[in-house]
Design a protein around this ligand. Structure first.
Ligand SMILES: [Zn+2]
Ligand SMILES: [Zn+2]
Length: 247
């Protein structure tokens, strides 16, 4: 908010917008891997898919992986000063991400760094809500093979961005109401401070739109967090589940 004007989005405003929601014809979140991933990175993506399905109550499907060698020179570059290979988001959005008919949205993941314009150094990812397309990179999430702590950080970052961007694809705008996974952020440091959960206002939007029962959702998320040693998050979700169950 220090650098970008943000207007927020009340629940009333959200309900008035044309929201993306599941129906008989469009009911799956599709994932598309682009390029190669290390074993640990693949594992992190598998876990992220699991978390997304629990968080949104929507079934995830995966399209056939796109090999990097099928991306032409016009879809990539070597960064002029860093010397690292980067993929061009404009090319990938226009030519690689092809949404199946029954897709609610399609999200591309890559382990390569991304750039949105030749004048830009890089971008973490990009969401195009009007086309229900998202694309993001796990390149800047750290090397999960480095240590147990690095693995945890990488997993949490990957999940956080996936949930935030998918929130946009379900028509939820940046949140100004509370500390929330839908808060905007302008750097990795700022993003790392965001929690994994939706605030009461965004959760109301999400559960109403996707017809999710928040109580069973909390129990599932708590279990996932316990299994992956996200101890603070596990306790948070467990407490919310218990509060709701006592009612
Ligand atoms: Zn955002
Ligand atoms: Zn929120």
């Amino acid at each position: 908010m220090a650098q970008h004007e943000e207007s927020g989005q009340s629940v009333k405003e959200y309900i008035r917008t044309r929201r993306v929601r599941p129906n008989e014809l469009k009911k799956y979140i599709y994932i598309q891997r682009i390029g190669s991933f290390s074993d640990k990175q693949s594992e992190i993506l598998d876990k992220t898919k699991k978390y997304m399905s629990l968080c949104f109550g929507v079934e995830l499907k995966e399209l056939k992986k796109v090999e990097e060698k099928s991306i032409p020179q016009s879809g990539q570059r070597i960064h002029p000063s860093w010397g690292v290979k980067q993929l061009y988001t404009k090319y990938l959005l226009a030519n690689v991400l092809k949404k199946p008919k029954d897709a609610l949205c399609l999200i591309g993941f890559t382990a390569r760094d991304l750039y949105p314009d030749p004048d830009w150094n890089f971008v973490f990812g990009i969401a195009r809500p009007r086309d229900s397309l998202g694309l993001w990179s796990i390149y800047r999430n750290g090397d999960p093979a480095e240590s147990e702590a690095a693995y945890q950080t990488c997993l949490k970052r990957t999940i956080r961005v996936a949930i935030h961007e998918a929130g946009h694809l379900f028509s939820i705008k940046h949140c100004l109401a509370y500390t929330c996974v839908m808060n905007g952020s302008n750097s990795l440091e700022e993003s790392d401070r965001k929690p994994l959960h939706f605030c009461p206002s965004c959760l109301y939007k999400l559960c109403g739109n996707l017809k999710i029962n928040p109580q069973t959702r909390y129990a599932k998320l708590a279990k996932f967090c316990e299994e992956n040693s996200f101890n603070i998050e596990a306790e948070f979700f467990r407490k919310l589940h218990e509060v709701k169950s006592k009612k």
